[in-house]
Design a binder for this molecule. Structure first.
Ligand code: SAH
Length: 564
């Protein structure tokens, strides 16, 4: 590692505005490169693992800081030139300068690491299927929501938010979205200028047009435009319709009123100005109606692969009772319905459930039933009601969950466990909350069998994951016992020395543990530690007991070394 004018400084003296040269060795969950300067960790946006970079420290905390990339001393072999000229400023993409191959490696590692670090799930305990990448990682999004505002000269700007801010960067051409977006935006801008319709000012909470939502059915070519406004109605809206309705594929033009001071983009209601209140698209052989407020996966090509995997993991034979929680417009539900006896879908947005029911109807599916409400309320209520009415607890063969980023509520997870499904299929867009929820399910009798990451969001740090969990059967325990019998206990015991365990715990959890504590935990886990090793001298003598946090960390280490 080389440094510029830092020769006199010790690592802990790193200060704001220092300039250092570092090698980028890792990548954070947000896509920032991570490098060390004499042991001091720096996070640097726009760098790639393998870069040697000259960096200016812009924020210095005690043990870590943030740097700004000044220049590349030697670029990483994984580095590529960004296609988009504003890739670094725009918050839409975070890792466009990484080759697509290395993006996939990063995403898979992110999932595996989160499962291990946050869920305590060791990679050797499940089957990791190779990440499914995109064949064409550009122009894959079927939806865009452009914020509208004014620049300092009072000119209308439409585009994307700069990373972590609400300042809008004008976009000429976005490489993730469909090229029709820019043409439609230009028409909306023209309409606003010609008819003196103002743009929203977020700080003052004044002005009218807040966002433009554009969605396109990739298979059907149908287009939806929804203008989100901070007013009860859009003046001269007929002029907007006049401009847009002849555009090839235009199917639905609407407004959504959102007068709140909020980051939430859409209002609660939609008024159709022209055409249908929805567009249609096709996944597999199912046709879906999608209204502006409904969730629909943004990458239709990868979604097909994602749902196929969810269906495969569900292992249906046609006889099962299945729940699809967080079902949106019934996308996964209808796939499941074709292969099972009965599917129940639950979703919080009423318009999405309207779509789901209609989608079942237009596809001739009669064995799907949908409920509006929070999954964590609908399922427990259903459970209680059935118990009261029939005196028996309701069960399910398979339960699929596909929650938003915050994951599942514990009340819901508990009800899932009570319903004793043979399999749970967890579809997740945030592997951190996924890990938390899997930990809970594992503690209550489920085991993680298979994990599949699917890249739905190339050039961003996001990744979708499908996990198959199955109910641990009593048989499994017997199996393990047989294996244990065959195991040479002395070799299990000698897998890691006390010193190795101490080092592992320190490295992974930052905790120092004594030999005494390790022996206590080993004993608790049924590992032989020698009859009198570290036992109290007499029954009355007091010995410090390993605190819970350290016990947990030691158990992870024992698990890591294959000792339990
Ligand atoms: N499975 C669907 C939707 C997944 S996105 C698909 O693949 O298209 C997550 C969905 O959960 C969204 O439709 C969102 O509206 C819904 N949602 C969010 N919180 C919820 C809750 N507490 N209960 C039920 N649905 C919820």
């Amino acid at each position: 590692m080389k440094y510029s004018f830092m020769s006199e400084k010790k690592n802990h003296q790193i200060e704001k505005n220092d300039i250092v040269t570092i090698t980028i060795e890792d990548i954070s969950n947000n896509g920032e490169g991570i490098g060390k300067y004499n042991g001091y960790t720096l996070f640097v946006k726009d760098t790639v693992v393998g870069d040697v970079a000259e960096v200016k420290v812009i924020k210095a905390k005690k043990t870590y800081g943030y740097g700004k990339l000044l220049s590349l001393v030697s670029p990483s072999p994984d580095r590529v030139k960004a296609r988009c000229p504003i890739a670094r400023q725009c918050g839409g993409c975070q890792i466009q300068e990484m080759s697509y191959e290395s993006q996939l490696r990063f995403k898979e590692k992110l999932v595996v690491n989160n499962l291990e670090r946050l869920g305590g799930i060791l990679p050797c305990t499940y089957e990791l299927e190779p990440i499914i990448g995109m064949e064409e990682p550009w122009h894959y999004r079927n939806k865009a929501q452009f914020p509208v505002g004014v620049d300092k000269n009072g000119r209308i700007v439409m585009g994307f938010y700069a990373g972590r801010t609400h300042s809008i960067i004008e976009t000429k051409e976005c490489f993730l979205g469909d090229p029709v977006n820019e043409q439609i935006l230009a028409m909306v801008r023209e309409f606003m200028e010609e008819n003196h319709v103002s743009a929203y000012d977020e700080e003052k909470h004044t002005g009218v047009v807040r966002h433009v939502l554009i969605r396109k059915g990739f298979h059907t070519g149908q287009i939806m435009v929804c203008i989100v406004i901070n007013d009860e109605k859009l003046k001269s809206s007929e002029k907007l319709v006049e401009k847009l309705y002849k555009f090839a594929g235009m199917t639905s033009i609407s407004i959504s009123v959102n007068r709140e001071k909020t980051n939430v983009i859409m209002g609660n209601t939609i008024k159709t100005l022209w055409g249908k209140p929805y567009i249609e698209d096709i996944i597999g052989d199912i046709r879906y109606q999608i209204s502006p407020l409904s969730f629909f996966q943004v990458n239709p090509v990868q979604t097909e692969k994602l749902y196929a995997k969810a269906l495969e993991y569900a292992g249906l034979t046609g006889k099962e009772t299945v729940w699809d929680l967080y079902c949106g417009i019934g996308t996964i539900s209808l796939f499941l319905a074709k292969n099972s006896r009965k599917v129940y879908g639950v979703e919080i947005i009423p318009q999405a459930i309207e779509n789901a029911r209609e989608n079942a109807r237009i596809n001739g599916i009669e064995n799907a039933e949908f409920f509006v409400g929070k999954a964590e309320e609908v399922l427990p209520e259903f459970y209680e009601r059935e118990m009261k009415q029939t005196g028996q607890k309701p069960t399910a063969d398979v339960i699929v969950v596909d929650p938003p980023r915050k994951g599942c509520d514990e009340v819901l997870l508990q009800t899932i466990i009570s319903m004793e499904p043979k399999r749970v299929v967890y579809v997740s867009c945030d592997s951190a909350t996924l890990a938390r929820d899997l930990k809970f399910l594992r503690e209550k009798g489920y085991e993680v069998k298979k994990v599949q990451a699917v890249d739905q969001f190339g050039h961003t740090v996001h990744v979708e994951t499908v996990v198959l969990l199955s109910q641990r059967k009593p048989d499994d325990v017997i199996e393990v016992e047989i294996e244990l019998d065959e195991l040479d206990l002395t070799s299990a015991e000698s897998k890691a020395t006390y010193k190795e365990i101490q080092e592992y715990v320190l490295k992974e959890h930052g905790l120092k543990v004594s030999n005494l504590y390790i022996s206590q935990v080993k004993r608790k886990c049924g590992i032989e530690v020698g009859e009198n090793y570290n036992l109290p001298k007499s029954k009355d003598s007091r010995q410090p007991q390993c605190p819970a946090e350290k016990e947990k960390a030691i158990k992870y280490a024992l698990e890591h070394f294959g000792m339990i």
